[in-house]
Design a protein around this ligand. Structure first.
Ligand code: HXC
Length: 268
């Protein structure tokens, strides 16, 4: 059977430089791997250098390419700016920023502490803006730049136990649209991907523990969770010349989950 990534030609991304926040694990590790496999220079960024180094080693073995690994907390504007600078210092430029760093947990709104709410907004939403803001001066030099923001479909409906993450992801989609409009003139496209439930990710371990995942899969029109490579393929498409006229758009990759009722099949 063809993998979702087999449709792209070898070296389709040769000459591109990408930085992927949250690139050490899960969906964003998959995006980093796909970009590297197709010839891009890739830097992965997350909080813990030891986790990143292990991922970079694995990704290098998988893709045959050097993977730069720079620890930074996206909540710290200076730290993410330094990671972006390290990428430009190493590879000479920056063409693509993938904002994928995220934090989440299930919590009833009435019991969620202010700091719990703030923490998820800080990582997901503020981190997305801080990275985009710091990348701007480099991306405008690329003239073929992309910012790709990973959000979700949680905010398309009300989602129980997810007020913090839904608010953050709604904000991210707003950032996508606003920056697309404001930065188009600088040759920067800004797009999003809204993944549905994706198998073998930290998010699904946290959001659909135990037999909840079976129930949730049954509520998805496609009848299953998505695969990391299916999100990576969307990320390659949006990065490619095939999407050169696509900006400000958030591509939903969720097997039809967000248009089904109930959206999450979750009881609380
Ligand atoms: C309630 C919680 C909580 C929980 C943390 N908090 N976990 N509240 N239930 N399970 C609260 C804490 O009590 C604290 O508030 C505040 O959040 C900060 O917690 P810390 O642990 O101090 O913060 P930090 O170390 O920065 O951890 C961030 C984190 C953590 C998000 C809270 O879980 C984390 O780092 N996770 C790893 C990444 C991750 O979650 N990936 C999955 C993303 S899934 P107080 O008031 O006590 O100080 C995703 C998919 C979305 O994005 C949609 C898919 C469909």
């Amino acid at each position: 059977m063809l993998s979702p990534l087999d449709v792209f030609r070898d070296n389709a991304l040769a000459g591109h430089v990408a930085l992927v926040t949250g690139g050490g694990t899960g969906i964003c590790r998959g995006i980093a791997a796909a970009y590297a496999r197709l010839g891009a220079e890739v830097c992965i960024v997350s909080r813990k250098q030891d986790v990143l180094d292990a991922s970079a080693k694995e990704l290098s073995a998988e893709t045959g390419r050097e993977i730069l690994a720079v620890a930074a907390d996206v909540r710290n504007p200076d730290a993410i700016a330094a990671a972006i600078k390290a990428t430009v210092d190493r590879f000479g430029k920056l063409d693509t920023l993938v904002n994928g760093a995220a934090g989440n947990f299930l919590a009833p709104a009435a019991a969620l502490s202010p700091n719990g709410f703030r923490t998820v907004i800080d990582i997901d939403l503020n981190g997305t803006f801080f990275a985009a803001r710091a990348a701007f001066e480099h991306l405008q030099k690329s003239r073929d730049a992309l910012i790709l923001n990973i959000s979700a479909t949680l905010h398309y409906h009300g989602t129980p136990l997810q007020v913090h993450a839904s608010a953050a992801k709604a904000g991210i989609d707003a950032v996508t649209k606003n920056l697309a409009v404001e930065w188009g003139q600088f040759g920067i496209r800004v797009c999003g991907i809204a993944p549905g439930p994706i198998a073998e990710t930290e998010g699904m371990k946290r959001l659909a523990p135990g037999d909840m995942s079976t129930k949730m899969a049954a509520s998805i029109p496609a009848g299953r969770f998505g695969a990391i490579d299916e999100i990576a393929a969307a990320a390659v498409f949006l990065r490619s010349p095939a999407a050169a006229y696509v900006t400000g758009h958030v591509l939903v990759v969720d097997g039809g989950q967000c248009i089904a009722t109930p959206p999450l099949g979750m009881s609380f």
